[in-house]
Design a protein around this ligand. Sequence first.
Ligand SMILES: *Cc1c(COP(=O)(O)O)cnc(C)c1O
Length: 300
Amino acid sequence: MDIILEQPYIQPLHKDWHRQQVASVSMLRLDVLHPVVSGNKWYKLKHNIQYALSEGYKQVLTFGGAYSNHLVAAAATAKAYGIGAVGIVKGQYAEKQLTPTLKECMDYGMQLHFATNEDYAKKGTADYLQLLSDRFNAPFIIPEGGANEWGREGAAEIAQLIPQEYSYICVSVGTGTTLVGIYNGTGSEQQVLGYVPMKHGSYMKEIVYAHLEGMDTSRLSLYDDWHFGGFGKHTAALVNFMNEFYRDNQVPLDMVYTAKMMYGVQEQINSGFFPAEANILCIHTGGLQGNVSLGGQLIY
Ligand SMILES: *Cc1c(COP(=O)(O)O)cnc(C)c1O
């Protein structure tokens, strides 16, 4: 399976969508990069894998659930760079019922290892990592979500696609790696807004600010109001919003991350949160294959 990447581009949203309450709203379409590999994941993994290769590693190992955007992106990126990949999958049940995501991982040549939930929970401990390292021939281990310094460095590369004229940059938050990388790569006149799709998501603040210790964080804000019941959950209102958004802008949003962010952005626009002269750029991080769980509810 070859990896063909398309060039990301900036797409202005229709004026009716923001009712001209701000100067402009656009999306940076990282989702067009690849149909399966989420745009931000590619950048995070690319830097991890380039580092692994430069250090002479023969394979990388990483973690994810049966629907993980990160895992399939790791498989594809490893394949593109010609390095072996091992995926530690959460839950042994997953072996009996392979999801489309896991099948895709295997198509890209990733070796899957199914861990019990109990073992998987140990993925941050030195003992378990040593066990995996011994078993899988000393791979370069990438944490779930690519959440390490190379992931943040890769995400900073996304910032190079952002022109200075945008005064507000909006991005959705999982591990916060993309947000921190973009924050590090943007200019002193650019506000960076993170949207957390998890319930009680304010704990993300601590994680994000820990990576920015000693730095000026006055350009950064985090919001966790738009979780719609929790991570991966949705409501009829959210699905309606996604369909309307597609009808107005011809941009497909994903249910887990970018739909919740754009819903939040629109509420903020309507409440007068942004100044009238604001030029807003929202990062479309991809993740569209996750929409299969919505069945026929979407018009796209
Ligand atoms: C993984 C993912 C995110 C979150 O990225 P982090 O760097 O972990 O914060 C956002 N959007 C999409 C579509 C993703 O797949």
